[in-house]
Design a protein around this ligand. Structure first.
Ligand code: FES
Length: 99
């Protein structure tokens, strides 16, 4: 199984993780601190902007994450770090979409 590269360019860090790993877990592994709250896809505290090298690099948002992102009114490049799971390729985490 190929590992997925998760990059944090603002912190100049990256990690290689198993598919299915959340972006929050990848951040913790990389030593990157992200603000979190519920860790269940409901509060939106950990919304982040992401760029992937391929359309299927992340699993599609589950209903809970999709609902929270919709309520927040953020665009399609945004995910919740606690809920977004990597699938393949390379993902860059660009930071808070609301700043
Ligand atoms: S920590 Fe609450 S939505 Fe991720």
């Amino acid at each position: 199984m190929d590992l997925v590269e998760v990059r944090f360019p603002l912190q100049d860090k990256f990690v290689l993780v198993q598919p299915g790993t959340t972006l929050l877990a990848a951040a913790e592994l990389a030593g990157v601190e992200l603000l979190t709250g519920c860790r269940r896809g409901q509060c939106g505290t950990d919304a982040i902007r992401v760029v992937a090298d391929r359309a299927d690099a992340l699993e599609a948002p589950a209903d809970g994450e999709a609902g929270t992102l919709s309520r927040m009114g953020v665009d399609g490049d945004c995910r919740l770090a606690c809920s977004a799971r990597v699938r393949c390729g390379r993902v860059e985490v660009l930071g808070d979409p609301l700043i």
